[in-house]
Design a protein around this ligand. Sequence first.
Ligand code: GRF
Length: 213
Amino acid sequence: MERFPLSRPARLAVFASGQGTNLQSILDAFPAGHQLASVQLVMSNNPDAGALRRAERQGIRTHHFPFPSRKFDPHGDKCAAFEAEAEGLLQDGSIDLICLAGFMRLFSAEFNGRWSGRILNIHPSLLPRFPGLHPHKQALEAGVSESGCSVHFVDAGVDTGPVILQRRVLVLSADTVATLAARILQEEHQAYPEAIRRVLLAEAALEPNEVHS
Ligand code: GRF
């Protein structure tokens, strides 16, 4: 694979399980014909994901796979079959960079290793604090005065890869999970396109376990 920066627009694939507002921020930042990048493929484990509808509206190729159950074994046969299918679509679309945007499933360490430096995730906390599920609840229960979001390279762990950038919000005494999540989501929409831009311009890179930014 060519190293970043490319001499042509990068081809992005986005994996999303939910409403897809982060996908939308990426679509808005890198519309079709943009010189740095455009989204070529959107994949989901959820047939009802708003993310799929947003992509369809813009004529972007979508794919839904019946992903193995919530508690699946990332080393099991079902996961291998799903990843082989995903890999085929990624190769077919000549994808340069994968963006996980609210994708509620894990890939195997082998998959992440193959895409090392070319697979990003966004997480609604200031990593390394509060990785995994329910980060807003974790933040509120810890009583922190600020939280935020992180865009990071994906490695073999859950929300453990090197951070590309973070954006912060104050945690208010009246905050609930819903109010905090909504405020952080606004920051996510700024953070993800900017992190993609930095990676594509090689202002942030994984070489092999380090970020230069
Ligand atoms: C975001 O908060 C993301 O960080 C989290 O799931 C949410 C997805 O939101 N992992 P959306 O589908 O992009 O609107």
